[in-house]
Design a protein around this ligand. Structure first.
Ligand SMILES: *Cc1c(COP(=O)(O)O)cnc(C)c1O
Length: 395
């Protein structure tokens, strides 16, 4: 079936269990699918836009209420929708970072944080990870001190990822924020892998900014996301335009500079909104998601020679695993070489693994049912056994 001349329909989610780490939390809900068909046209949420002409004031559909609900959802004062977490980062760096400023992030930070700093001419500086691949408050304090010595001033901003994208490890967010605040450094909490899949309380963490990704973790179309902040910081990051036409003397009302006026004007926003009630509900079942994740980890650990490289026991559904001592040993002798593994998974109905990867790889069990979890766990074990690897325990 085709969507257009050269466009095949996408059917991976119908035909497979997809364990691609970046895709698990962004799968649309049925309500989002319906809503995006109805609101697929360009500026579709603008039908009833009235004075003062800004996205977050629109009443029909209830975009205004959604903005308030979003802020409450992450326990912050004010929220705006943005075109991906990265645009949330950029709004914040655009406000606080000047050319030549040192800005802190971590050795496990996402590349988009580097780019958001670079786009303002800032200098990204990494807080190192410890031997357990964790970012600690001590490492943050040391790095701040070293920046103070070298630059003679504190960084204007610090990024901390609650769970990083490489290991899915949980870092000392609350403590790092506390340390940064001792130096009056505002902190951006990167919730790309948390907001929308587990409960996030920005007030409790004392975050200055909470950023989430709609398409990674809120069952929304790309590019979408949220930037939430405090009343105090909102005045800065959501400042309104002061521009004036020198010929026409036009002014532009309440349009916010960092938001370029309005952000998500159609399918992305409506997708976020339609999924939101489901997202609010699903964060309450994070423990069940962790149980599923741990079940699959147990299966992998039963395969002789396999190591879990992420922190253990798991606190997130994204896990990094090293199969150099198991599946990669098979690959050395297999006629398909490294591709034997991803293709065996495909044959068993599992998608989302990088083709050819047999050494270190990652996967995400988020959103799988218990039955799918059991099936996935047993599939790993079955592929191991079929290829002559030893499996310990009752599998
Ligand atoms: C995916 C990811 C991002 C980027 O999110 P977008 O919404 O695609 O911009 C940023 N940080 C982390 C840690 C991520 O995993």
């Amino acid at each position: 079936m085709k969507c257009g001349v050269d466009l095949e329909t996408r059917e991976v989610e119908e035909l497979y269990i997809n364990i691609d780490p970046i895709q698990a939390g962004g799968r649309l809900t049925a309500d989002a699918m319906k809503a995006i068909i109805a609101y697929g046209d360009g500026y579709s949420v603008c039908d009833n836009c009235r004075k003062p002409f800004r996205l977050d004031y629109i009443k029909t559909p209830p975009v205004d209420v959604f903005h308030r609900d979003l802020a409450a959802f992450v326990h912050m004062d004010i929220a705006r929708v943005v075109a991906g977490a990265r645009r949330g980062f950029q709004a914040v760096t655009g406000t606080y970072v000047q050319k030549g400023d040192p800005v802190l992030l971590s050795a496990l930070s996402h590349y988009t944080e580097f780019l958001a700093i670079e786009s303002q001419g800032g200098i990204p500086l990494e807080i190192p990870k410890n031997k357990d691949n964790l970012i600690t408050e001590d490492a943050a304090a040391d790095k701040i001190e070293s920046v103070l010595r070298k630059y003679g001033r504190a960084p204007p901003l610090l990024f901390i990822d609650h769970f990083d994208y490489q290991y899915g490890n949980e870092h000392q967010v609350k403590q790092v924020i506390q340390v940064a605040h001792q130096y009056d450094i505002p902190v951006l909490y990167n919730g790309a892998y948390t907001v929308g899949i587990l409960p996030v309380d920005g007030k409790d963490l004392r975050a200055d900014f909470v950023v989430g990704s709609g398409h990674k973790s809120m069952a929304a179309p790309a590019p979408s996301g949220v930037l939430a902040t405090t009343q105090e910081r909102a005045k800065e990051v959501f400042r309104t335009t002061r521009a004036r036409g020198d010929v026409t003397e036009r002014t532009f009302g309440v349009k916010e500079v960092e938001m370029m006026g309005c952000t998500l004007m159609g399918v992305t926003l409506i997708g976020m909104m339609a999924s939101f009630p489901h997202v609010k509900e699903r964060v309450l079942h994070w423990e069940q998601e962790l149980n599923n994740a741990r079940r699959v980890v147990d299966a992998l650990l039963a395969i002789e020679g396999t190591r879990i490289v992420s922190e253990y026991p798991r606190r997130h559904t994204l896990t990094r695993v090293d199969t150099t001592g198991s599946f990669d040993r098979v690959a050395q002798k297999h006629k398909k070489r490294g591709f034997f593994y991803s293709s065996a998974l495909r044959e068993h109905g599992i998608a989302g693994l990088i083709p050819g990867a047999t050494k270190v790889w990652k996967y995400n069990t988020y959103g799988l049912t218990r039955a799918q979890t059991e099936y996935l766990a047993h599939t790993f074990v079955d592929i191991a056994r079929d290829n002559g690897l030893l499996v310990n325990g009752e599998w």
